[in-house]
Design a protein around this ligand. Structure first.
Ligand code: FE2
Length: 253
């Protein structure tokens, strides 16, 4: 369908916020870290913002709420927790929520934080995954357990492969270097390295990215890819053990 556009907004040091908007001038915002760049884009493009959606309670995903409410007092804040400032609608696993331009299915993904949710727009084939999945990596496990994070990533792994993913941080090159170094299989990552380097050269960012590609290269997400099977055999690990090996390795990298 692809009836909406997504504007990626650079925030803070390496954060991303997103404005989803359509030709008719309606818009919603995901994870505003800072308000000013978002307000600027909304005003410059004559957009009407009605909803803000939050993936989890960390300040670098919510810091812009207050500033946006000051300028757009009519906006509704949707989030997974009443602890998140100004939340009007609390979202849970499997909820369906409508904005003025699209609809999301909510998938609960505890691990990085316990309240973490991701927003899946099936019609437009886009996913906003906050700090659960990163390109070639995943979020640190701050509040949940490794088991929870593993299950949360499996939920994303089951989404339709053609989905385009927008994550909360630009960590891609660090994640790629970690995988190459830890797995010792640089040759298997040559193609994707070349692709990502050229994306960064042209767009200064590696976001968004595609789920089908992650399923091949991101071993935090999928341990049953060609590379995953090879590594599991070499290291004598099962799926979860490989995820654990990588997540713990990355914590100390
Ligand atoms: Fe976070």
């Amino acid at each position: 369908m692809n009836s909406v556009k997504v504007k990626v907004i650079n925030q803070l040091k390496d954060n991303y916020s997103f404005i989803i908007y359509s030709k008719n001038g309606k818009a919603c915002v995901i994870d505003p870290a800072e308000s000013l760049p978002i307000i600027k884009f909304i005003k410059n493009n004559n957009l009407k913002i009605k909803d803000i959606f939050i993936t989890h309670h960390h300040k670098d995903h919510t810091g812009g709420i207050e500033g946006l409410i000051k300028i757009f007092p009519q906006v509704n804040i949707h989030s997974p927790s009443s602890n998140i400032e100004n939340t009007k609608f609390i979202l849970q696993n499997n909820d369906e929520v409508e904005s003025s331009i699209n609809s999301f299915k909510i998938i609960s993904t505890p691990g990085h934080t316990l309240d973490h949710i991701v927003y899946y727009d099936k019609n437009n084939k886009i996913l906003f995954c906050g700090d659960t999945l990163f390109r070639l990596g995943c979020g640190r496990v701050f509040e949940g357990t490794l088991n929870q994070m593993y299950s949360s990533l499996q939920k994303i792994n089951e989404i339709e492969s053609k989905t385009v993913i927008y994550c909360g941080h630009e960590y891609t090159m660090k994640n790629l270097t970690f995988l190459e170094t830890t797995l010792g299989k640089q040759n298997l990552y040559l193609d994707i390295r070349q692709k990502i380097e050229s994306e960064i050269e042209f767009h200064n960012q590696s976001i968004p990215f595609e789920l089908y590609e992650e399923k091949s290269y991101n071993l935090f997400l999928n341990q049953e890819s060609k590379i995953g099977e090879l590594i599991k055999k070499e290291l004598k690990l099962d799926n979860f053990e490989l995820f654990k090996y990588l997540r713990e390795g990355k914590d100390n990298f």
